[in-house]
Design a protein around this ligand. Structure first.
Ligand SMILES: [Zn+2]
Length: 369
């Protein structure tokens, strides 16, 4: 079933934001939504694949991250000594069975009941998540940027948390989504970066789906975010994501070079540029007239202590997300031939009490000519 959720308009006085429709897709059976019978579900980690320590902690961190969503639904993590598909218990383990994994780095197996016999019998019964368990685990457990694919991390830099969030999204019976930036597309390019960290998160679209299925938590959770990733077409059932860009005022992407896994744009001092970012509302309520500031930072950690070069405001509905450009002027008195970071901060006066505050700022790396 395709559920069209909320339409929203947005305004940013420093530039132009286009409207967009947010949506996600879930499954129904005999006209009923497939969902868990209560607002919580325990996943049991195999003590063999996830012994106490780093990987168990990473799995717990994934669930903790999911539980920041604005719906009533939460996962918890238990453990088990034996795992099996179809045993009525929802489990998480690692496998080297290429037939089971079918070429995927991880898979979710869903089991439900759906029949009519003197009435509907519809229930979601089990979900098992299986990670590719080539020894050693070829995943990033750390969210430090240097360990993460997309930020210079190596072949084992796929974040376990982002893939885990995607798989437990399947645990909500969310389908793959290839029409916009979202966690049910390519998960390892659905990250928030500021300073030394590149963190996985469930995102606006997934959050809206969770609220659609389980209702909004009370009191309502608020959470705005901004990232330097954007939608860039489809890869089969998955959305493909790339880094956001810096343009000149004619709309041409500025020249750039790879700087330790990040894209660094060359700018002239005094030049007008258009800075592209993706804005998300991961709360369950619309947020209106939220201040947004743009900054120049001398390092990759963007804060309000940096040099402010412009600003405006945005309005965005619950579960809304959009990618847009804002016109800014690179200060003429920056040093020549030096690295800076063009930053953005949403809710820059920190007026909104948010469930997550670390996702309010991000950056585009730049180098002055
Ligand atoms: Zn998937």
């Amino acid at each position: 079933m395709i559920r069209i959720a909320l339409k929203f308009a947005c305004v940013l006085s420093a530039g132009l934001f286009a409207g967009q429709v947010a949506a996600y897709s879930t499954k129904t059976c005999l006209g009923e939504r497939l969902k868990w019978g209560s607002n919580s579900k325990q996943l049991r980690a195999s003590t063999t694949s996830f012994p106490a320590g780093t990987w168990r902690n990473t799995l717990q961190g994934t669930i903790d991250r999911f539980n920041l969503n604005p719906s009533r639904f939460t996962y918890s993590l238990g453990t088990t000594g034996s795992v099996r598909r179809g045993n009525g218990t929802s489990e998480v383990w690692g496998s080297t069975d290429t037939g089971l994994l079918a070429g995927a780095p991880a898979r979710a197996f869903q089991y439900w009941t759906c029949y009519w016999f003197f009435g509907n019998h519809v229930s979601l019964d089990e979900v098992d998540v299986v990670f590719d368990y080539r020894s050693p685990w070829q995943w990033a457990s750390s969210e430090a940027k240097g360990n993460v694919t997309g930020y210079g991390g190596g072949t084992d830099g796929r974040p376990m948390r982002s893939t885990g969030l995607h798989e437990i999204g399947h645990g909500l019976i969310l389908n793959h989504e290839n029409r916009w930036y979202n966690i049910m597309g390519t998960d390892f390019t659905h990250l928030h970066a500021n300073g030394g960290m590149a963190r996985a998160y469930f995102g606006a679209d997934g959050s809206a789906a969770a609220v659609f299925l389980y209702g909004a938590r009370s009191p309502a959770r608020r959470d705005l975010g901004v990232v330097h990733w954007r939608y860039d077409g489809t890869s089969g059932e998955y959305s493909r994501h790339r880094k956001t860009r810096l343009f000149n005022t004619s709309g041409a992407v500025l020249a750039s070079f790879d700087d330790a896994g990040e894209t660094r744009f060359r700018v002239n001092r005094g030049q007008q540029v258009r800075a592209e970012f993706t804005y998300e509302n991961m709360g369950s309520q619309a947020q209106n007239n939220v201040p947004v500031g743009f900054y120049i930072s001398s390092n990759d950690l963007v804060t309000t202590a940096d040099r402010r070069i412009g600003g405006g405001s945005l309005s965005i509905s619950a579960g809304g997300h959009f990618t847009a450009e804002v016109t800014l002027t690179i200060p003429a008195n920056l040093d020549a031939n030096r690295n800076y970071w063009l930053g953005v901060i949403v809710d820059e006066n920190d007026a909104i009490a948010e469930v997550v505050e670390w996702n309010n700022a991000t950056y585009l790396p730049i180098r002055t000519n």
